[in-house]
Design a protein around this ligand. Structure first.
Ligand SMILES: *Cc1c(COP(=O)(O)O)cnc(C)c1O
Length: 355
């Protein structure tokens, strides 16, 4: 591991922690006392600092606001049964962050700033990691272009920040999902595999239409035939078909390479499922449903971990699932949460301790 980097740190005068009601912390609403901020200019990262959480002072002409060079990550920190702080698989988020940076023609954030900065920030604000089961501290690293110039070209200046947001149990009742055939999230050659801000802005319209029809989210399909399924909203999707666990493959660059997806694949294989990463056609799913082979459908992602799907609607065909009888998804959820909260041995080496 890298040597401890010297990060200039300015502490808050008064912590906001006592103002927080841990009984009621909606996702993404509250932020911890401190944040990390770094600036890229003239080809190098400089002025890495940890300071009180505060507004940024930015020119209205900054490039990110106009042309969307902006990427982010989502990571979580947990407290184990002994009260010690751990971050779940941050190295995977670090790698993915720079994959997104490449695609958006942005500079890499060096490992020492991303990893060491995250650890030092979490260590400083470790009291913000809620102690209760199903609670965690959401970590939001992000980067955007900050040239003060209205011209379409890659920026010369960038800002990288990390925010921390305590979060309670993500209330996820089993969802009703609409298979989207008109609007698309990702195309081969596009930016679907990057955690780029524009992917989220561009998905809201179709999601709002699905909500109007009474669904919680859309299941995105491929841009050409609208037959091959991709992801559910901002989660990867899994199908339990007989003794197989199937999820869309990464090869076309239209799927976000989720850390939770990868963890679920590992756990499902350990549970004895045959795991398959490949193209999944909607007709295959309907066929398997009619035969009674399609047993479970669920989404995976850092925010909600595992989300059960109770209804999948494709054209006039509705697939219903009895989530209470499921085996795979609840088991994956239990194992993942157990590892993260230190109740199950971390045999995969996923937890990184914060000193
Ligand atoms: C972040 C994200 C996921 C889930 O990735 P995790 O690393 O598991 O949090 C899945 N799909 C999309 C589109 C995402 O943005």
């Amino acid at each position: 591991m890298l040597a401890t980097m010297d990060i200039a740190t300015t502490l808050v005068e008064r912590s906001k922690l006592q103002d927080l009601n841990f009984q009621d912390i909606p996702f993404g609403k509250y932020f911890s006392d401190h944040m990390l901020e770094a600036d890229y200019e003239n080809g190098e990262w400089k002025s890495v600092e940890i300071k009180p959480y505060q507004p940024l002072l930015l020119s209205p002409s900054i490039a990110a606001l106009h042309y969307g060079q902006a990427i982010f990550e989502g990571v979580k920190a947990y407290r184990d049964v002994n009260g010690e702080a751990f971050i779940f698989r941050p190295q995977d988020n670090f790698r993915r962050f720079n994959v997104s940076a490449d695609r958006m023609q942005m500079p890499h954030v060096p490992e020492e700033i991303f990893m060491e900065g995250m650890k030092q920030l979490v260590a400083l604000d470790h009291k913000w990691i809620p102690e209760k089961a199903d609670h965690s501290l959401y970590i939001r690293p992000f980067m955007f272009s900050s040239d003060e110039l209205i011209g379409v070209r890659p920026s010369e200046k960038y800002k990288f920040l990390i925010l921390l947001s305590p979060t309670g149990p993500y209330y996820n009742a089993p969802m009703r999902i609409y298979v989207e055939e008109q609007y698309v999230r990702a195309v081969p050659g596009g930016i679907g595999y990057a955690k780029a801000a524009g992917n989220y802005g561009s998905s809201m319209y179709a999601t709002a239409l699905a909500k109007k029809k009474g669904y919680d989210q859309v299941l995105w399909t491929d841009a050409f035939e609208h037959k091959y399924v991709q992801e559910i909203g901002t989660m990867n999707v899994f199908f339990i078909i007989g003794d197989k666990a199937v999820t869309p493959g990464l090869e076309l660059g239209t799927i976000l390479d989720g850390v939770t997806r990868n963890s679920a694949l590992t756990i499902l294989a350990d549970m004895g499922y045959k795991v398959e990463e490949r193209r999944v056609h909607i007709d295959e799913l309907m066929e398997a449903y009619k035969n009674g082979e399609l047993k479970e459908v669920f989404g995976t992602g850092t925010a909600a971990t595992i989300s059960y799907i109770k209804e999948l609607r494709y054209k006039d065909f509705t697939m219903n699932f009895d989530c209470d009888s499921w085996k795979a998804a609840p088991n994956v959820k239990k194992t993942l949460n157990g590892i993260r909260e230190g109740r199950i041995p971390d045999k995969y080496g996923w937890m990184v301790k914060v000193h």
